[in-house]
Design a protein around this ligand. Structure first.
Ligand code: 2AM
Length: 179
């Protein structure tokens, strides 16, 4: 079995800008800067035999390059003990269209569309027992966080191997935009 997800990789400068938000926060496990990404679809554990068909279906996704804007910092879910700190992504029509096209392609590979609404975000940290009051002060500090738009020219099918020292993400296929 292979743990798979589909994501947009971010340029190094953006990863560095995002990682600049990282700070000492009890209970926070920050995502390693080089792994920062925008998840489009989590597939979970998939039989390795299915990977070629998934790649073929994703290769049929047609999209033109489009700009992506990262903006603001927040947490999820609301309540006393959030589980995640994120940077927001403008849900622009081309991003939502790419998401829909990927859902359609994966449905052809036997993965029915997700039921929950797509809520684009970049996960910065996973939290264990960090009170919302602590994340709120970080959010207040970075309320104005914004990066210059970057052009999405590809998306990636990643495999993910979990280990005690953290996940290792490996690109299995890079799917490029049409010029
Ligand atoms: P997120 O952090 O952007 O929300 C690789 O593990 C990616 O897949 C993660 O960045 C995470 O997206 C997403 N992911 C991991 N486990 C998941 C799960 N059980 N359900 C949905 N998405 C998951």
């Amino acid at each position: 079995m292979t743990r798979l997800f589909v994501a947009v990789d971010l340029p190094r400068e953006l990863k560095e800008a995002v990682a600049g938000i990282f700070t000492q926060l009890p209970g926070a496990r920050w995502v390693p800067a080089e792994q920062i990404h925008l998840t489009l679809r989590f597939l979970g554990e998939v039989d390795a035999k299915e990977v070629p068909i998934i790649k073929q279906c994703l290769e049929r996704v047609v999209f033109a390059p489009f700009p992506l804007v990262l903006r603001g910092v927040g947490h999820f879910p609301p309540g006393k003990y959030p589980r995640v700190i994120w940077v927001g992504i403008d849900p622009s029509p081309p991003l939502l269209q790419l998401y829909e096209n990927i859902q359609g392609a994966l449905a052809e590979a036997g993965f029915p569309p997700e039921e929950r609404r797509f809520s684009p975000h970049v996960t910065l940290a996973r939290l264990h027992g960090t009170p919302a009051s602590a994340t709120e002060s970080l959010e207040a500090e970075h309320r104005q966080f914004c990066c210059p738009p970057f052009n999405v020219e590809s998306f990636v099918l990643y495999s993910s191997v979990l280990s005690r020292t953290g996940a290792v993400h490996t690109p299995e296929a890079v799917l490029k935009a049409s010029p």
